[in-house]
Design a protein around this ligand. Structure first.
Ligand code: GRG
Length: 293
């Protein structure tokens, strides 16, 4: 499989669907719809929706069945970035290569654009066809829990509270598992659910998502220390400057690399029950985890 062509084709499919689901830019009140679309169509890689569609195919389903769920995940991810960039949180001026939402529309509209993207996600989920094993309440609960105060928001709270504090390895793991890995895990789980995955398949996909999500964030932490800003395409060394809780800060670079490699192996191994059907998920894991770190 040609990964580059695969990614571009999937991104296009997801972008077209997002465009259909979201209110048009001039829908009243235009400011909020402009702000939502400004951040949503800013050139994100669409990793979460792409993983969702790939998990659906791995479990024997069709991508169209997973499409609304995959779009909902991208709305939640974008909302979290818009809010994370706010001055009261990470205070970033640039995101996805352009000025952040609050820099263009002001803090108030950026807060509301994030709120509206989060709310839209649930409306979009309601368009999903429900497979036999997973009814709408199960799909809604899955996404609500992942985005809620015990997962995504829990990770963000722990991250904010850890800044400048001495943290343990368990605390950093908690932050990464919730802030980053939870939505990635839910992405593959929802794809699997849309394909009516059996319990064994869902459990394998969940293990894959958890290992992939944690490895992805540990590698991000390592790259922040080891790479230049030019190579990263964003400012390097930000974590140290902000005294963030990261793996390299807590266990050092070498142990962080070893942990990322161990989790990468675990992610691939989790897919063994699917044989050749998991080719796309293996390739996506390679793309995300086999960066030079
Ligand atoms: C505000 C509730 C709330 C949560 C914010 C998303 C987030 C939590 C913080 C942003 C900073 C960060 C390091 C998040 C970890 C996840 C991550 C690596 C996000 C970037 O994801 P990519 O690379 O970005 O998929 P694109 O722009 O391609 O979608």
């Amino acid at each position: 499989m040609n990964l580059k062509n695969y990614l571009v084709a999937r991104q296009k499919k997801i972008d077209r669907a997002l465009d259909r689901y979201l209110p048009k830019e001039n829908a009243k009140p235009a400011t909020i719809h402009k702000a939502m679309r400004y951040s949503l169509f800013a050139g994100g890689k669409r990793l979460r929706p792409i993983l969702c569609l790939a998990a659906a195919e791995t479990c024997g389903g069709k991508i169209d069945g997973a499409l609304p769920l995959s779009c909902a995940l991208e709305c939640i991810h974008t909302y979290s970035l818009v809010h994370d960039d706010l001055p009261s949180m990470d205070n970033d001026d640039f995101r996805r290569g352009r000025p952040t939402c609050h820099k263009v529309f002001g803090d108030g509209i950026a807060v509301l654009a994030g709120d509206a993207l989060l709310t839209s996600a649930f409306e979009i989920v309601s368009h999903a066809k429900t497979p036999r094993r997973y009814d709408m309440s199960i799909l809604l609960r899955e996404i609500a829990i992942a985005a809620g105060s015990q997962k995504l928001i829990a990770g963000q709270v722990a991250d904010l509270e850890a800044e400048g504090q001495k943290t343990t390895r368990a605390q950093v793991r908690y932050i990464h598992e919730n802030k980053t890995a939870a939505i990635l895990t839910t992405s593959v789980r929802l794809g699997a659910m849309s394909a009516n995955a059996n319990p064994k398949q869902l459990s394998a996909i969940t293990k894959f998502g958890r290992a992939l999500g944690l490895a992805f964030q540990i590698i991000d932490d390592i790259l922040d220390v080891t790479q230049t800003s030019e190579k990263l395409g964003k400012s390097a060394g930000k974590d140290i400057a902000a005294k963030k809780a990261t793996y390299p800060a807590v266990i050092g670079l070498e142990k962080s690399r070893a942990e990322a490699r161990r989790l990468t192996g675990e992610a691939h191994h989790a897919l063994s029950i699917f044989g050749k059907k998991a080719e796309a998920l293996h390739e996506l894991a390679n793309y995300l985890l086999e960066r030079e770190y």
